[in-house]
Design a binder for this molecule. Sequence first.
Ligand SMILES: *Cc1c(COP(=O)(O)O)cnc(C)c1O
Length: 497
Amino acid sequence: MDIRYRSTRSNTYVTASEAILQGLSEDGGLFVPTEIPSLPGSLSELASLSYQEIACRVMSRFLTDFTEDELRACIRGAYDSKFDTPLIAPLTEKDGAWYLELYHGSTIAFKDMALSILPYLMTTAARKNGEDKKIVILTATSGDTGKAAMAGFADVPGTEIIVFYPKDGVSHIQEKQMVTQRGSNTHVIAINGNFDDAQSAVKRMFNDREMEERIGRAGFRFSSANSINIGRLVPQIVYYVYAYCQLLSSGNIHEGEKINITVPTGNFGNILAAYYAKRMGLPVNRLICASNTNRVLADFFATGEYDRRREFILTSSPSMDILISSNLERLIYHISGDDPDRCRGFMERLARDGDYSITDDMRAKLTDFRGGFATEEENFAGIRALYEKTGYVIDTHTGIANAVYRCYREETGDETPTVIASTASPFKFAGSVVGAIAPEKANGLDDFALIDLLSELSGVKEPAAITDIRTAPVRHRTVCDVKDMPAEVERILGVRG
Ligand SMILES: *Cc1c(COP(=O)(O)O)cnc(C)c1O
């Protein structure tokens, strides 16, 4: 079966490799598969396979214009000893829930799961399509994508990567990780604005035809490493299948038994991958979408109205501080009956008025989903309770999913085995995490003292990603206003405006 990719906003169709190269469709829409393939074989067959093998089988169902050899080479390059466990994404049971640890890659957040393979997919796609321009990855980051994308693309021939992050909207460790990034093709810029400002400005650059022409004449083309790129989403489907396989092979569920999946959500990419896994045939009961106090998605699932006209709140789960969840557009497209005209209507209304409401027939297709949110206090209390009960420490993003799930279970009595996507190492957010589990000891400590304390309290050795930044020199110091982002890009590329 040959799967094509279609824009959520028009009748534009491209191949998988073209969709990965382009990132965003020219009409501003996101590429979605024209069909959702079924699982590559029975789950009991898959259960005995390695992460890499499952990745190959699942991804080849979606990326149908890549040869098996090409995909295998991409997977081999991505999922290797950069991960600190051969399991790649281990699953561990604590206090009645299964934590799927997606943070064992080189930048210790789940973004590594897709961004370690995206550069391989992209350079393969460029070769397949005879692209001779240099690929410029433009990325807006709420903290984790930027670092993971740079780690993936650093010194990859034929690419430049430019990352924009909100100056006051990321954790100290996240910022330190980014500004110390090595690689002659990496560029990091702090902006005076929040993540939504950064993401919207990047999207505008993608849609600026004059800019495209100018940089094109200089031998460049843009692409995206944000989860608007389908090359980010497809690799993320893999670990949900893999999690199910681990439960199956360890005898904790029987084949066909349903599981719930809870995902701490910002841009709606990670949970959308779980939705695609379900539509492939993975036995999933509920997809629980967990938000922090920027609860625009929780409200959407409760009311059918998406309303971004609200205060943007900085929280201790900064990678989820988002009011415009880009990937929701893909879900809207699917529940509108794969109708790009309807989908475009909602997105235009969102851009114009800041809100839209879906119809009852669309809401009826959302019964798989359950939205919820947790406050800072609930998050911290949940992290602490889990620690006190089990000694296991989770980060503040996973903490949101943890709190929302435990509340859901209490309210519904739903005892379905549940996988919680554990999206970052607690070391990445050590200040908040120590503040949750041992507030009396946290006072007055600097970042690295907090990390030492966390290591002591959790009995977990600090990850290499942390050790690296203890001594790494700062290499990036640029700060700019949102309106100057395009000029910064042209300056970096040496293009005259
Ligand atoms: C990006 C991120 C999220 C949110 O994921 P989305 O795919 O944007 O919904 C959650 N937790 C962490 C640690 C992240 O880096």
